[in-house]
Ligand binder design. Structure first.
Ligand code: URA
Length: 233
């Protein structure tokens, strides 16, 4: 979705077209933190427009990828840990939620949005949105595990077997695991079920969205339109 900047200012503030133009001329309008004077600028989903440094409104839905560092939690802040949402310097952060949580000690790709239907596509096991993890293990990981992971494992406290998962062995203590669901501590519990222990866990990919290698831990960026559209496609 795109919309002309002057039209957007009028609709979100009630200013007339000529007053909106005057505000632009005076440098009172910023888009994503940069002063803009061009009334015909096309805003895209997620653009943040300010008028005298007050957010007028955020256009459309927002879709963000974050490289989560260790030590941050994916729920609201507790006494010990900060929430990953504290890493985002965006307005109206309280309107955002996390599409698929990671444990405090897990690093990697976290998707954040204010679009509940979109995040449901990411998290619902029925939607079969694959998540790929790089896993380091305490004990050697062997080829004979590929089949039980593909068939389904019995996790402690669960009635059903895990959905088929793809295990790729990279080195004696390192593997990629792709799963289509997100039970509590799922990857750690899957390896526990076969007598191993996860010592480091990093999420690399969700659906077709790969963690951007330009993002250092703690950094984030808006998703591209193609990345947003790839979920549920
Ligand atoms: N599985 C886990 O065990 N932990 C995570 O953070 C994600 C998947």
């Amino acid at each position: 979705m795109t919309v002309r900047l002057d039209k957007y200012i009028c609709e979100s503030t009630g200013l007339t077209r000529s007053l909106a133009k005057r505000a632009l001329k005076r440098g009172e309008i910023k888009v994503d933190g940069i002063m803009v004077k061009d009334a015909s600028l096309q805003l895209v989903d997620g653009s943040i427009v300010t008028f005298n440094d007050e957010v007028i409104q955020v256009l459309g839905n927002r879709y963000i990828m974050l490289h989560k560092p260790q030590g941050y939690i994916c729920s609201t802040q507790d006494e010990v840990h900060q929430s990953v949402l504290n890493l985002l310097d965006v307005p109206q952060v309280e309107k955002l939620h996390i599409a698929g949580r990671l444990d405090v000690d897990t690093t990697g790709l976290v998707l954040i949005t204010d679009d509940g239907q979109w995040s449901h596509q990411v998290t619902s096991p029925k939607k079969q949105c694959a998540k790929r993890y790089r896993v380091e293990l305490a004990d050697p990981v062997t080829e004979d595990l590929i089949e039980p992971f593909a068939t389904g494992l019995a996790l402690r406290g669960e009635d059903n077997l895990t959905l088929p998962a793809k295990l790729e062995i990279l080195a004696s203590h390192e593997a990629l695991l792709t799963i289509n669901e997100g039970k509590y501590h799922q990857v750690k519990r899957m390896f526990a079920a076969v007598g191993n222990k996860v010592v480091a866990l990093h999420r690399e990919q969700i659906g077709a969205i790969e963690l951007d290698s330009d993002l250092a831990e703690g950094e984030w960026r808006m998703l591209t339109a193609a990345e947003v559209a790839s979920i549920g496609a």
